[in-house]
Design a protein around this ligand. Structure first.
Ligand SMILES: *Cc1c(COP(=O)(O)O)cnc(C)c1O
Length: 394
């Protein structure tokens, strides 16, 4: 197949003057790599046109949850070049996620080459400079070989999808959202896989998120599963709070825990807070009781950069009474209702503790602007950070 040449200019198939939101825009292609034991990773193929076939395979693969993903963004910068924000960190993290699920990971050079190829082939889907848009990049790996027995797949597929996006939440930093700590779900076990982007960490959260959403909450926040006393993170983003220290400097505070995702955004915000704004940074345990002492709280992640949190509601369940609902005696004979637990809890009540932040963030706003400026090439000395890849641009 001869590839048609790709224009550098934003495509006319999208009306860039309108908000483009966060939905799939069917860009030109995705790139797909397959690994087998015999061949290793192949050279990869840009798949143009119909995405349906690959999607069906992805959806139906018998991989026992062997799947992980990544998320990053490419920007049309001030100098006209297109660059991706810190992809080496995502490349490193996908290695860790793959390892946690016994999957073969694309090596760093394969990962970076794939990124470059798929972005180059969709250059005209990178939103215009100054539009606040970017190209969201979604790499994923999954077990794709036929595998009925409970062991790792014999083949793995690595795909990168790209898609132009606008800001995730229309309101941005000016519209704080409500967060819910639900009593009914733990996100990550102390020695589990919460520090990886395995699919299995995300599917269980969907139900909780839609319940929260119906009650008017935009995000779910989770405490540590072992003690339910420390802040961990939001369902798809990290937790950061700030307060003023005794020396008058602002302190960026973010949790330290083995079961939270090592967010590229959180790490970059902490570094920028220190290097660019002269704040202090603390990465340590944060108890629920401390949250009310923060001046501002945000959720950080690639898609949103920062979501300001206006209120956090924490549900606390007051246990009810256990009552017997079946005649189960332990040694069951005769009719036993398998569908009923032997005991049921009645009269349990849920108390709610609420922490409110009275105004939209002003300190975090400075940091948010600095991150966006760096990503656009507007922050003086942005090159010194070495965060925009490739340095020479695409
Ligand atoms: C992806 C993700 C984040 C944010 O990571 P970034 O690298 O900043 O995008 C934080 N927490 C969870 C649970 C995530 O899945």
């Amino acid at each position: 197949m001869t590839l048609e040449t790709v224009s550098r200019e934003p495509t006319s198939t999208i009306d860039w003057s309108q908000p483009i939101g966060f939905k799939y825009r069917h860009p030109r292609s995705h790139i797909k790599y397959i690994w087998t034991k015999e061949t290793g990773w192949d050279k990869g193929e840009l798949v143009r046109g119909n995405h349906t076939v690959t999607m069906d395979i992805a959806a139906t693969a018998l991989h026992y949850g062997q799947t992980c993903f990544e998320g990053m963004k490419a920007f049309r910068m001030k100098d006209g070049k297109i660059r991706i924000f810190r992809p080496e960190l995502n490349a490193q993290r996908i290695q860790e996620s793959c390892k946690a699920a016994s999957m073969e990971a694309p090596p760093l050079p394969v990962f970076l080459d794939a990124l470059r190829r798929v972005v180059e082939d969709n250059l005209d889907f990178v939103p215009p400079q100054g539009s606040n848009g970017s190209m969201y990049i979604r790499p994923f790996v999954f077990g794709s070989g036929p595998q009925l027995g409970l062991s790792p797949a014999p083949e793995f597929t690595f795909i990168i999808l790209v898609n132009p996006v606008g800001p995730y939440y229309a309101g941005g930093m000016g519209s704080p959202v409500k967060a819910l700590i639900a009593h009914s779900l733990d996100r990550a076990a102390p020695h589990g896989t919460g520090n990886t982007k395995l699919g299995g960490n995300y599917a269980p959260v969907f139900a909780s998120t839609s319940v929260a959403s119906a009650k008017g909450f935009t995000v779910n926040l989770f405490l540590d599963a072992a003690t339910n006393t420390h802040i961990e993170e939001f369902a798809t983003s990290n937790f950061a709070g700030c307060k003023r220290g005794a020396d008058g400097k602002t302190i960026y505070v973010t949790p330290r825990s083995g079961s939270i995702l090592k967010g590229v955004t959180n790490r970059s915000c902490a570094e920028l807070a220190s290097r660019h704004l002269g704040w202090n940074v603390e990465r340590r345990e944060i108890s629920w009781d401390e949250v009310k002492d923060f001046d501002e709280v945000v959720a950080t992640g690639t898609a949103v950069v920062m979501t300001p949190i206006g209120e956090i509601h924490r549900e606390i369940k007051r246990p009810g009474k256990k009552v017997k609902v079946s005649a189960d005696t332990g040694a069951t004979t005769g009719a036993y209702d398998w569908d009923k637990d032997a005991e049921e809890e009645v009269g349990a009540e849920v108390d709610v503790q609420i922490v409110k932040f009275s105004k939209p963030p002003t300190e975090f706003r400075k940091l948010y602007d600095a991150v966006l400026d760096l990503q656009q090439g507007n922050l003086p000395g942005w090159q010194d950070y070495g965060w925009m890849w490739p340095a020479e641009g695409i």
